[in-house]
Design a protein around this ligand. Sequence first.
Ligand code: ADP
Ligand code: ASP
Ligand code: MG
Length: 814
Amino acid sequence: MRVLKFGGSSVANAENINKIISILKDRSGKEKLVVVVSALGGTTDALLNSVVTASKGDEKYKDELHAIESRHLEVVKLLLPVANQSRVLSMVKQHCNEMEDICNSVFLLKELTSRTRDRMMSYGELLSSQIIAAKFQSSGFENKWVDARKLIVTNSHYEHAVVDFELTNKKINDYFSAANESLFLVPGFIASDKNGTTTTLGRGGSDYTASIIASAMDADALEIWTDVSGMMTADPRLVSNAKIIPHILYREAMELSHFGAKVIYPPTIQPVMMKNIPVWVKSTFAPGDHGTLIENSAIKNDSSVRGISSINKIALLSLEGSGMAGIPGFSKRLFETLANEEINVILITQSSSEHSICVGIEEGHAERAKAAVDQAFNYEIEKNKVEPLAIETDLAIIALVGDKMKSHPGISGKMFSTLGKNGVNVRAISQGSSERNISAVIATKDVKKAVNVLHEEFFETTYKQVNLFITGVGNVGSRLLAQLQQQQNYLQKNLRLAIRVIGIANSKKMLFNEKGIDLKSWKESLLNADDMVLSTFISTMQEKNMRNSVFVDVTANEHIAKSYAEILEKSISIVACNKIAASSSFDYYEKLKNLAREFHGHFLFETNVGAGLPVIGTLNDLLLSGDKVTKIEAVLSGTLNFVFNNYNGKDSFATVVKQAQDEGYTEPDPRLDLGGVDVARKIMILAREAGEETEMDEITNVSFMPEECMKGSVDEFYRCMEKNESHFKSIFDEADQTEKKLKFVASYDNGKAKVGLQQIGSDSDFYHLYGKDNVVLFYTERYPEQPLVVKGAGAGADVTASGVFADIIRAARI
Ligand code: ADP
Ligand code: ASP
Ligand code: MG
């Protein structure tokens, strides 16, 4: 014998029911088949809703009942030949009349008991199973409809009735052994108590009905036919990359379903596991797919984590107090109290000091739990030995499940560091002694992110998704977007990174798209987007709460730089092209570095020095590998290089500066470059990265600019330089006479940093430095005489964008 169960979506309408007929085609006649069906998808909710509406004295229940009736009548008309319809139509009518009578009484009395709810809900399966039985019959599948209430006996705990297996197994055995038919149709979910009153097995309970029959009859297999092609590594509604698990052990399947994998009703596994009956989970809509086989034998595929599941609406109860320590019986009393209230405990943790016990329960039971526990510990609470029970709500449990996790050390470490890196705060942890399940209590709002990052970590060798929020899409920012677009496929293929841009903003507009902004048309989309409000941009990014989020600042905006702390605090990494944060007060720089560490994010700003050149990266690598920096000498201003490489006393100095600005080599305000402030910021950042606690006013800046030019507007600045042309000419001539070149040099030596213009002879490393190139010489303990040299283009939108890009990859990969 085989038991096949078809769920609500498999029997939702005539079209789907026809799919069942084709699944049965090759099966019938070969062995005894018992087909268990659910109500037409959504019917149980609709039935409950109508009786609840009636109990509130609201006449709308009549419309709801009418809709239920029409739906069933329509299915009958679509499914059956006209000649076979009348008997079934009158069966539907008769049931619907009963339902109406029940609701009318409830409406009058305004009283609704669990017993009546069960009675009402039972019509869903009663109707669907009889309609389907008639369809089978008319399709040539001789079958016998059996009322499950005659087979399954339970106690009178309505809505969650407990099965009396001794009686039930006997009834099932007696019935099927005596019956000669080879195909049976049974309504799932419903049963009856010893008095013959209708009960139900709990929502989703049709799976259980099928399992009870399979187990009683020692069936060859149980098949659960549903709307997905098997049990998956995570809930597919939460994780779009969830994969089918081809084989799974009973214990694992049981654990996954108990921890929220809705595809199987939790109690289903137990009866079939005891009899070692294999269970298949298959899709009615893709019957050719392999599906999932749940059984007892070892699984070849060796992955240690089998699946991830989650349960929402959890409350955490904490019982704490000094009076608890070491006194036996406290936890017993707590659990007894909860058990007396019939409150199911889902998760338990106890601190090793025994000062506290935490238990996770369904949120709906929290108030009842508190009243009962406070009552039970009344004496201790009054004596201040125990605190009144503390309750936290809006929580969820996520669980990693896998039988082999116990033989793979480090899984919980990996689990919690993955959650930590993504700012998911863990409220409580529980690892069953079987080590088949590691579960954590987290905030409900974090569930989607948590399940996705864990899924990525444990199951997706394919790729890791990185979500970018970019402010500043001007010169550098738009190059960055172009590079991201160009590299998208390469990164996915070679680094397994799927980089998506979720938000972009310029000073006027901001645009979001959770599925990723189309990088071909972002310009047009941004034009029509919302007005940019920085606080909204940041709060939207935080509320989206997406995994592996990176905030990319390609502006020179001070307000944005001041927002980094609140961004890092949400475990969102920062890649800054903007130099303001790293070059502001040492306190702020240090605070950001610490926040990044504390919240497992990154604060990266490689492009602050030398644009795309790996200057900060090289310095960090030297330090990390144990080297010590003794001296840094550098030419760090692409702008000033360009200016002094092109200025020869012929065209005016102002003209050359303007040319540099037009070609995009200067800061938006060119005085920051010309006055040496930009170089001073850079050497300060290098000094800080080398471990120096230094501030801007400690950097000696010997400026070559006439002081009067540094005040006023940018236009005045250009006019003032024209006026002072002779000053610039004489600086040039003086160097030129001794065949020297002018370079604006930054140095850090013996803890002191300084910047200024120098005449450079042909024997210097700085002499052959052309265009907008930068060079940095690192003198260290390992490179005492011949320095480690980093040299190359130190300005320009493309190279800067590529430096930002490299930081993004760095933030994404570690
Ligand atoms: P049925 O009506 O057939 O009993 P259910 O809705 O009860 O179907 O269960 C199937 C649904 O369970 C799927 O559509 C899927 O959205 C959900 N689900 C949750 N977790 C998992 C998981 N780990 N694997 C497969 N499906 C899951
Ligand atoms: N129809 C019932 C419910 O919706 C039982 C089931 O579908 O398994 O809960
Ligand atoms: Mg189900």
